[in-house]
Design a protein around this ligand. Structure first.
Ligand SMILES: [Ca+2]
Ligand SMILES: [Ca+2]
Length: 178
């Protein structure tokens, strides 16, 4: 069974992915969020930016293929909850997304994500500042207030694992649900 924490994490993701706030996920949400996210790190390379947009589109395509139970071309909150029941269907998509987002956070390509880039990207996705700060701290930043790219990418993957609780990503849901 998914942990309560995993359910909280998925509920939060739904509310953020619904970028236009109309209560359902559609392709427009993913275009909107993709544009916001690439605007958050203007100095990122063109490859990182196009990879990020592709990852958002790929995310949507996987969601609608796997979860649109009533076939209306949109994902309702109820349809979305199935992501935690059968997560392996989303592994490849989450991997691509995690790598694309982490790459956006490392525009100089040194293998580390500095706090200002992390904060800008997570703010663009829609997370709240105290949660973002707590998550970055939980990743145990090293010299220069930065974290390895892989730490963040792995953290994103863990976020979607239904069996996980007590992970850094739980800092993102603190104070946002119930
Ligand atoms: Ca929407
Ligand atoms: Ca639907």
């Amino acid at each position: 069974m998914p942990t309560t924490k995993a359910n909280d994490r998925v509920e939060l993701v739904f509310s953020l992915f619904d970028a236009d706030g109309n209560g359902v996920l559609e392709p427009e949400d993913f275009e909107l969020m993709g544009k916001r996210v690439i605007a958050a790190v203007p100095e990122a390379g063109d490859n990182a930016k196009s990879g990020m947009l592709d990852a958002f589109r790929g995310y949507w395509e996987t969601l609608v293929r796997e979860l649109d139970a009533d076939g209306d071309g949109r994902i309702s909150p109820q349809e979305f909850t199935a992501t935690v029941l059968d997560p392996q269907r989303f592994d490849a998509t989450v991997n691509e997304f995690a790598d694309a987002l982490a790459a956006m956070g490392d525009p100089d390509g040194d293998g580390f994500v500095e706090r200002p880039h992390f904060t800008a990207l997570m703010t663009a996705i829609g997370f709240q500042r105290p949660n973002i700060d707590a998550l970055f701290d939980a990743f145990e930043p090293v010299d220069g207030d930065r974290i390895p790219v892989i730490t963040w990418a792995d953290g994103i993957r863990d976020y979607y694992r239904p069996e996980k609780a007590g992970i850094p990503g739980d800092h993102l849901t603190a104070g946002t649900t119930r």
